[in-house]
Design a protein around this ligand. Structure first.
Ligand code: GMT
Length: 375
């Protein structure tokens, strides 16, 4: 199949999932065209069957807001015509499904049918898309997609509750390539980050308010009072500065490392003992799955789809959003009992296998087939 994938190219769950899906499809022999404004961060362009088409938005001083959707729709039309693309898969409804719909209509004028698969990822539904300023356009573009998928049952439920949806939504969970996440913990260079007696706690996110990274700092503060430990904060975002300030204010700055965005997530997770994800909202929690795949138990909130990924009492623990005290208690329970910690590490990795890439990618392929060759 010749497939166009539209996604956000930056660090963030939806872009990561879209990129990994494209790579997996290309490895299976499909021709995959990424169409976005920048090369996706996890994309290696030297792979076979992979193309990248950059969307340029020419700046014009009349416009206070440059029309990205328009440029994206035009790029889609041109790329589909030039490469004979058969199917479009857009990740994150805003504005991708809307731009995709426009491209579909323009191509239809030339007698070209371009089926569109829209994957809903989270805040496109629960936070941004739900805003009255966007809602009619988001509802319209979901209802006019040929196939709609959501990354968790919880996100599907939210979509049906918040929007007037007239088409079926299929749940296709996010996935992980387990071969890139090592299962043993001997060669991870943990001495780079901590001394022998210290445990390593990790948080990875794009540090937006929805991630509640101030909770991460407070949970860690309680942990390190009882147990020698270090906290590694991976990612960049608007809340980082405040969290750094808070760590200094409560006197734990020397135990917290903010390392910025990283392409070596698997390396960092390899030497981590516990992963913290106390988010306000999380439709799936890809970073929690990545942690589990590396055998790192997860202490998380119980919002959205997190309970579909992190199993309470098996792969980690879940608490109400904002219940920092209980999250710290659960963390200490695990970290202070090595037998228990090892058991949870093993269980986390085992559970992550349910989301193994080779189980999930064929679901997308079957959906593509069903729309290209309906019975
Ligand atoms: O940051 C992104 O690019 C997407 C991001 C978001 O804000 O919507 O993440 C969402 O999609 C991920 C991949 O499907 C999920 O793992 C995240 O849980 C989800 N984030 C939220 O729902 C807050």
């Amino acid at each position: 199949m010749k497939i166009a994938i539209v996604c956000y190219p930056t660090f963030g769950g939806s872009g990561v999932v879209a990129t990994e899906l494209g790579i997996a499809l290309a490895e299976k022999g499909h021709e995959v065209h990424f169409i976005t404004y920048q090369q996706p961060v996890r994309l290696d362009l030297l792979s076979r069957n992979i193309y990248f088409h950059e969307v340029h938005v020419p700046k014009y001083s009349l416009f206070e807001y440059q029309p990205y959707e328009l440029a994206l729709s035009s790029k889609l039309v041109d790329t589909v015509k030039e490469y004979g693309i058969e199917l479009l898969h857009v990740h994150y409804a805003i504005p991708h499904a809307y731009a995709g719909y426009m491209a579909k209509q323009i191509l239809a004028e030339d007698g070209i049918d371009l089926p569109m698969v829209t994957t809903l990822h989270g805040t496109d539904i629960t936070l941004v898309g739900n805003h009255p300023f966007y809602k009619p356009a988001v509802t319209f573009s979901i209802n006019n997609s040929d196939i709609v998928t959501s990354v968790s049952q919880s996100l599907k439920d939210d979509t049906l509750r918040l929007f007037d949806i007239k088409v079926p939504i299929q749940v296709v969970p996010n996935f992980i390539d387990l071969s890139t996440h090592k299962s043993e913990f001997t060669d991870c260079q943990r001495d780079l980050m901590a001394s022998e007696d210290e445990l390593i706690i990790t948080h990875i996110s794009n540090m937006r308010p929805v991630k509640r990274i101030q909770d991460v700092i407070h949970i860690f503060e309680a942990i390190q009072r009882e147990i020698p430990a270090k906290l590694i904060m991976v990612g960049e975002g608007p809340e980082r500065e405040y969290a750094e300030h808070r760590a200094r204010e409560i006197g734990i700055a020397d135990r917290v490392s903010f390392v910025g965005n990283s392409n070596e997530i698997d390396k960092i997770l390899c030497f981590s003992d516990l992963f913290l994800l106390p988010s306000e909202k999380e439709s799936f929690g890809l970073s929690a799955l990545e942690a589990m795949a590396s055998g790192v138990p997860v202490i998380s909130s119980n919002t959205g789809g997190l309970a579909e990924v992190n199993v309470h009492g098996v792969t980690g623990y879940l608490s109400e959003v904002g219940d920092v005290k209980q999250m710290a208690k659960h963390s200490l329970q695990l970290l202070s009992n090595d037998g228990e910690l090892q058991r949870f590490k093993k269980q986390a990795r085992e559970h992550a296998m349910q989301f193994e890439m080779h189980k999930i990618v064929p679901i997308y392929e079957n959906l593509y087939e069903s729309v290209l060759n309906p019975v």
